[in-house]
Design a protein around this ligand. Structure first.
Ligand code: UDP
Length: 462
């Protein structure tokens, strides 16, 4: 890279854990380059999580808090992030409310521009309105995407060719140009299957897609060697350019030995001492699972007879008493990366949020993919069918959105932890995990981040 002397980057993460955490990892990566100063913009309620996550960085990060708009009719007071929403159906009102922060955000840009300047902004794709602010001040804006190239490319292709809309919800079809990719309408969030492309959710998506297309590029939490076909296709056929700079979770420093280990890490240590493998079970920060489905999950885990650590916000009645020392249920916020890196953890039943999938791959832990919402069904197919680093849970009626019985949970958990398919996935995930580390340690992702900085700064000062 040429020289970073006195670069100032403004980072504005969206207020959901799955979007904030990787941007904090990106912050750490940028700070490893000499001469970069970073300002993170966030809201008051989200600021403590950010400050705590980055408490040890050198140089320290400047955090600026904006007031989250008050009195938004659908939103409960004080709720400023998706994980605190009473229902994810309030996602669009929350995301749209952020538009009211534009004047305050621009005041911040103005004052930072006056005191030394801003080299570029990296803001979340959901903040489409920040594109306008960036243009007003003549500052390049990069978009942070929570998705991988596989999903971005497939969605891009199918936005142009909507012939699949005449099929039934579970009827399989292949993606034009990618005959090996099998999908059904049920793999998409229902918003995308509306032939009229109407409604507040769709309007929001269109707005952010238009803003992204005007930006200087998309920062992607993935690495070239993981999905070269899709990244090359995207950069040939679509704009703006996608830059793979991940897996970002590898920027998370390892936990040093502490006096006060959380009880679940002590439990994992104990399993390790007993020579037992553990299945980690978690569905991210915002999944909504029906009580019936939760019960079936619990029964399946019980019947599988494997050891498991389940992080779940809802109460699961009686499970721990039934499985005794074989299972632990945790309802608190955990350090997921630390759990996945624990030597006893040998499988991850996951909703396949992209961060969780990347974190599992980096820890060489095979995945049992059970998607719940958003683009997770694509990630699940990518993990199982494209990369071979996991198995996919499919309901007995074959539908992506079908109800999954405890028998299926039991069977798939055993297959992942003890079966031949699980063994294959474990071998594959080790290889890909190694490639991921190589990409970050001076490899493709490291070089891409350098190029991204150089190219974006050149655009500002021609
Ligand atoms: N996470 C965590 N502890 C928890 C729950 C979640 O550290 O108790 C982290 C997880 O490691 C990941 C992020 O939160 O980095 C969730 O992102 P993901 O894309 O997997 O799922 P989402 O929450 O967006 O559905």
């Amino acid at each position: 890279m040429s020289s970073n002397s006195s670069l100032h980057i403004v980072i504005f993460p969206f207020m959901s854990k799955g979007h904030t955490i990787p941007m904090l990892h990106l912050t750490r990566l940028l700070l490893l380059r000499r001469g970069i100063t970073i300002t993170i913009v966030t809201t008051q309620a989200n600021s403590p999580f950010i400050r705590q996550s980055l408490y040890d960085t050198q140089p320290p990060v400047n955090v600026i808090e904006l007031a989250f708009p008050a009195n938004i009719p659908q939103l409960p007071p004080g709720v400023e992030s998706t994980d605190r929403l009473p229902s994810m159906s309030l996602f669009v009102p929350l995301a749209n409310a952020t538009k009211l922060m534009q004047p305050d955000f621009e005041r911040v840009l103005k004052s930072l521009s006056a005191s030394g300047g801003i080299s570029f902004i990296i803001s979340d794709g959901f903040f489409g309105w920040t594109q306008q602010s960036a243009e007003k001040f003549g500052i390049p804006r990069l978009v942070f995407s929570g998705m991988n190239n596989y999903t971005m490319t497939i969605c891009g292709v199918l936005a142009g060719d909507r012939s699949h809309l005449r099929l039934g919800p579970d009827e399989p079809f292949t993606v034009p140009g990618f005959p090996w990719v099998n999908l059904t309408m049920n793999d998409f969030d229902p918003t995308f299957n509306d032939p009229e492309l109407k409604g507040p959710h769709m309007e929001f998506i269109m707005e952010v897609a238009t803003a992204t297309s005007k930006s200087q590029g998309i920062v992607v939490n993935s690495f070239y060697e993981l999905e070269p076909t899709y990244l090359d296709y995207w950069n040939r056929e679509f704009v703006p350019k996608a830059w793979c700079v991940g897996p970002l979770c590898l920027a998370e420093p390892p936990k040093v030995d502490r006096d006060q280990k959380p009880e679940w890490i002590k439990w994992l240590d104990q399993k390790s001492a007993e020579g037992r493998s553990v299945l980690y079970v978690a569905f991210g920060s915002q999944a909504e699972i029906s009580p019936e489905q939760l019960r079936e999950m619990a029964d399946g885990l019980e019947q599988s007879e494997v050891c498991f650590l389940w992080v779940v916000r809802s109460k699961v009645e009686g499970l721990e008493e039934r499985v005794k020392e074989r299972g632990l249920v945790v309802r608190e916020w955990v350090d997921q990366v630390e759990i996945l890196r624990h030597e006893s953890v040998n499988g991850f039943m996951s909703h396949c949020g992209w961060n969780s999938a990347m974190e599992s791959i980096c820890a060489s832990v095979p995945i049992l993919a059970w998607p719940m919402m958003a683009e997770q069904p694509f990630n699940a197919r990518m993990v199982a069918e494209e990369l071979g680093v996991g198995l996919r849970i499919v309901a007995s009626n074959g539908s992506v959105r079908g109800f999954v019985s405890s028998e299926i949970v039991e069977k798939m958990v055993r297959e992942l932890m003890e079966g031949e398919e699980g063994k294959k996935a474990r071998r594959k995930v080790k290889d890909i995990g190694k490639a991921a580390r190589k990409a970050m340690e001076g490899g493709s992702s490291w070089r891409t981040l350098d190029q991204l900085i150089d190219e974006t700064c050149r655009k500002k000062d021609p």
